[in-house]
Design a protein around this ligand. Structure first.
Ligand code: UTP
Length: 397
């Protein structure tokens, strides 16, 4: 079928006249690669995730972890020393809320000296690798937008002391954006407006790029976000506890501070471990308490997961839902970021992999020690709150 016909069928007739104009050949090429199933998802943004019946899940609490710490840690160190673990840093996001054009990991959170987010993460990882006496492969996911800047920055800073031979980069894919009527948007350069396709595709992107191919096969991937400056990476206690639990996945969680806190909640969905977004649980359900007075839906995820390699292989071909997110999208004819949300981006989310995994260990951590996300400039989860938590943990900023 001709591209013109395909465009007309998918309600994209506004692009047909552009195909014959300057830049038309490039546009034609881009449009031929569009995944129409994803783009059509804008029509039903609310019911896409198709949530089932929600119920609470049992987790491994701090007291229990304390009692078994030695055993868990020994198993975790054994896995690290046996070369069974790789770390995966998700750094393909746009960090729009933070309002910086540079890759988020380059953000300097220091006050009296430069302290970059990337630096904090690598220093945290180095604490573990020094203790274990081995390095782990560090696989860094970037996007088409920030790949060059990320590589250059880390190279310039000597990878903050992590040996370059243990580091590999890979790019995630980009997805087209549409306006509020589902018409594909063009970027300021006249090409399709694209945005990173979410963090849910990290495994397929990593495999496609062959990023881990230079290292011996591992049993566990520890996947984590770029913006938690207290993130504990390749934590031997978490590794040991998850491996000994027999679960195919582990998730670090903090106890929610209040029912309405905006974090993804680890619970069960139709009996299976699953993470639901804060807006997918009703206020009444979020406020439910058990006989001890604790929230029933207690566990907030902090984007630090362990995934067993054999499970990832097994679920590799399975469908992962596409989330349609209303955002401000820069586009042709309008300079900079629009004042109002003007369209939709399409993203798959890593939290949906928990459900596919089939089993998951919620592993409680102390919020003040391990959770200081930098999402916003001020207010909740911001540069300000993260600075205060860094100081509380004795990090000189
Ligand atoms: P967030 O959902 O906080 O998004 O990402 P973000 O892009 O960093 O920030 P906003 O929403 O635009 O303000 C959580 C983690 O997932 C990564 C981010 O880099 C961060 O580590 N991520 C997100 C990707 O790697 N790729 C994506 O497409 C989206």
């Amino acid at each position: 079928m001709s591209l013109e016909k395909i465009l007309a069928e998918h309600g994209q007739g506004h692009l047909i006249p552009l195909l014959g104009k300057e830049g038309g050949a490039k546009l034609r090429e881009e449009l031929s690669a569009v995944d129409w199933e994803t783009v059509e998802a804008w029509k039903h943004p609310d019911d896409l995730s198709g949530k089932g019946r929600i119920s609470p899940i049992e987790g491994l609490r701090l007291s229990e972890i304390g009692k078994n710490r030695t055993k868990y840690e020994a198993r975790g160190l054994e896995l690290l020393r046996g070369g069974k673990v790789a770390a995966v840093l998700l750094a393909g996001g746009q960090g729009t809320r933070l309002g910086s054009d540079a890759p988020k990991g380059m953000y300097d959170i220091g006050v009296t000296r430069p302290v970059y987010l990337f630096e904090r993460l690598i220093e945290n990882l180095r604490e573990v690798t020094e203790r274990a006496g081995v390095f782990v492969p560090l696989l860094i996911m970037t996007s088409g937008e920030n790949d060059g800047a990320t590589r250059a920055f880390l190279r310039e800073h000597g990878y903050f002391g992590y040996p370059e031979r243990y580091i590999r980069f890979f790019r995630q894919e980009m997805a087209p954006c549409v306006d509020l009527e589902g018409r594909l948007l063009l970027g300021e350069d006249g090409a399709l407006a694209l945005s990173p396709n979410g963090n849910g595709g990290w495994y397929s992107s990593m495999k496609r790029a062959g990023a881990d191919g230079d290292f011996p096969a591992v049993e566990w991937y520890n996947v984590f976000g770029v913006d938690n400056v207290l993130q504990r990476i390749a934590d031997p206690v978490f590794l040991g506890a998850t491996a000994l639990s027999g679960c195919a996945c582990g998730a670090k969680v903090v106890c929610k501070s209040r029912p309405e806190e905006k974090v993804g909640v680890l619970c069960r969905e139709d009996g299976k471990p699953s993470v639901i977004e804060y807006y997918e649980i009703s206020p009444e359900q979020a406020a439910e308490r058990d006989e001890k007075g604790e929230l029933k839906y207690l566990y907030g995820v902090i984007l630090n997961y362990l995934f067993r390699a054999d499970m990832l292989e097994r679920i590799a071909g399975e469908h992962i839902p596409v989330h349609v997110v209303k955002k401000k999208i820069p586009h042709l004819g309008k300079e900079g970021l629009p004042a109002e949300e003007n369209g939709y981006k399409f993203e798959t989310l890593i939290l949906d992999m928990v459900r596919l995994a089939g089993s998951c260990l919620p592993f409680e951590v102390i919020r003040e020690r391990e959770f200081a996300p930098v999402k916003n400039k001020t207010g909740a989860d911001s540069v300000e709150t993260a600075r205060a938590l860094l100081e509380k943990n004795g990090v000189k900023i």
